[in-house]
Design a protein around this ligand. Structure first.
Ligand SMILES: [Zn+2]
Length: 115
């Protein structure tokens, strides 16, 4: 038995496993408050999503808005980022279209392709 008697009922407490019991309580309390915080965060997230939906606001694209453009090679429509278009990119729907277009710009290849 410990000598550092900080309370009259120290021995009795130890006999009943009071320390273990207190530790258990605090664990339970922590678990409970964590669950409460989780539930609260979830509720806030759901409410924000609901209000955004109700206001009809489209969620912005993380990497910028997209637009529909016509491929310079096959003339099909394709989606590209507006920012990419502004810097002179996104002229073709695919890498193969870009390669074809680039090849056809060479007079020698034009003869080979028969165009
Ligand atoms: Zn194309």
């Amino acid at each position: 038995m410990n000598i550092d008697n900080d309370g009259y009922y120290q021995e009795l407490d130890e006999a009943r496993g009071a320390d273990a019991e207190v530790a258990e309580w605090s664990r339970d309390a922590a678990r409970e408050s964590n669950a409460k915080a989780r539930a609260f965060r979830k509720a806030v997230k759901a409410e924000v999503a609901r209000q955004i939906k109700a206001a009809g606001i489209a969620r912005p694209q993380p990497r910028g808005a997209k637009g529909v453009y016509q491929c310079k090679c096959c003339k099909k429509d394709f989606e590209a980022r507006v920012a990419d278009r502004n810097r002179g990119w996104a002229k073709f729907c695919s890498k193969s279209c870009k390669a074809t277009h680039q090849d056809l710009r060479q007079p020698y290849n034009r003869i080979n392709y028969g165009t």
